[in-house]
Design a protein around this ligand. Sequence first.
Ligand SMILES: [Zn+2]
Length: 160
Amino acid sequence: MPISRTNCPTCAAELACHFAKAVEGAEEKAVCPYDGLAYRDLRAGHDQIYFGGWRKMDASPGDILRAYNQIERHLRTIGRALGDKDLPAARRDLAMALDALQSGDPREESRDALRFMDHALSYAHRVIDDLLHEMGLPPHSPMDFAEWFNAAEVPFREEW
Ligand SMILES: [Zn+2]
């Protein structure tokens, strides 16, 4: 993922999602909520999609297409992290994620695009958890980071 001034140098997520908490303090500065965590770029990448506007009822076609492209990039990043690790379950989940993504292209009049995109993201989450598990770490919990994403509304559904 290309790093620019608008991306966090620690986790590579868009900086916009790091201000929510900081503005409560005297100084407005970006703090990375993923600092020090294993696979922080994968966690941050997942969560900025998970809490993105595309999952809301009033999402525009532009929100949805943007999310689709984010998921595609996210899966590529996960694939690189997986590398040649001997984690067959993770590899299978990544393949399922890519399958779901392919079925959910919002440019192709698919009425189920959102459902497939959601599936792709769920499988992506499972791969991240597999990678964490390999290190003996607990699964990633997006809700622990919700306050950073102005997620006043919780995504409209957890599972389909
Ligand atoms: Zn960050």
